[in-house]
Design a protein around this ligand. Sequence first.
Ligand code: MSP
Length: 520
Amino acid sequence: MSLGYSFMPSPFYITTAIDYANGSPHLGHAYEKVLSDVISRHMRMGGRKVHFLTGLDEHGQKVQQTAQKRGVEPQVLVDEIAAVFKGMLGDLNISHDDYIRTTEPRHKKVVQGFLQQLFDQGLIYKGQKTDWYSTRQEQFLTDKDRAPDGSWPEIYGEVTQTTEENYYFKLTQFQPWLIEHIRSHPEFITPRFRQNQVLEFLKEPMNDLCISRPKTRLAWGIELPFDTSFVTYVWFDALTNYYSAVADKGLWPADVHVIGKDILSPPHAVYWPCMLKALGIEPPRQLLVHGWWTVNNQKASKSAGNAADTLGFVASHGADAFRFYLCREMVVGQDADFSTITFENRYKADLGNNLGNLVNRLLNMVGRNYAGAIPAASADEELEQDLRRLWDDSVRKYAEAFAEYQVSHALEALWVFISAMNAYIEARAPWKLAKSADAADRARLDSCLAHVAEGLRLVGTLLTPVMPATCAKLLTNIGRPVAASFEGQLTWSAVCTGSNVAEKCILFPPVEAPQETSAT
Ligand code: MSP
């Protein structure tokens, strides 16, 4: 059974959102990297030449404010934060090919080039807008910020009307094109139900997009090339990273931007395609929109004080168990909840009992009865045939789910097979067969261990993108090389015959969960 990939080196360009450099990494950041990494590794093993980009969004008001509070230069602050975010990528075993920071010259150059081109095309104009402004909070307010009685809440201090001059991008004129583009490219926004939300948003006429901030208010940004008393609005800056990182690599358009639901509309579904259209550049092929994690049913965020604890599971249970949990627990597109109970359940049941024990049983039986060398299958009865058929079925379902990036469904299908292997071993009862003097029973024992070994080889191969280190260990312990490609490796075979297995191997040792600190 093949996964249906053509083993052609057509490049696959995948990105994550670039995280704000104004806090510590948390579960939401981690999940997006893991999901994108699993897709990247899967595509690489499927024969695609992958370019996986992630990075940091380093400009804007919040960074400027935090730096001021701490009395450091913004650049010093973002350098520190970049090191922490990169550290998380290492901890999670993320295989990105490039890391872009919006303060890098390669990025600034492209942002300024874009701005200049739009300005020269007459698509950027200077305008004036009158707004409510809170000096205490240094932010503009809208009527939504008013208290129910119409007054301004205390936290804003004195609120005054100010008129500010800014530059505007003629977004409005691209609205009909965008609606048509979304309608004619149903794969553009995935999962599909998100597309309807965007089209709903587009029913209202859009406003032109303010793409500048006067330096008097915000100095920490990329200067407008045609007016250096302004810097670029942070979203115009940030979105451009996807292009600036590959400007000289010939990789555009991106195959998929992986993002959270909060930044779909308007930034990714509206601003970005319209900016590119105006510049005469193709839009990205797809936006893969995931939902939000809560922790113990509370929003995962720095302020809730609970999100950082979840990353503690990487240290306690290992990056692979954490990666598996995130991929298995969240249906891509929907929200999910992280809790110690569900984590420990998956660790013990799915990983330890279902997969880990199976490996140990195999090593044990092969060690005891075959001096550690996996026997050749000889008997071939209904039980074996059923197991092989189930593999074909599972790998097909896995591939189908993965084609839509539904990783949790793919894993579900794979675990049906792993459970079936456990049921198979129970049904065959090799420990009984080993005691029998009957030649037919010995043949069944050969087949049983050969089938379990081959089943585990297949599982270890297909699961490598999700749990790279664990699968490498699994495969090595059954005497097989680490899996680098799916090509020719996902069909039932006899390659394990004669392989020497390790004496024992604990893939998922019992461990303590990190202590929970109470949220809020
Ligand atoms: N800097 C912008 C993105 C610019 S992309 C050109 C930003 N940064 S962020 O740090 O706030 O979020 C980064 C990503 O993490 C976003 O895709 C966001 O949806 C995701 N998550 C942040 N918190 C999350 C959860 N609690 N759950 C899942 N993902 C969430 O937005």
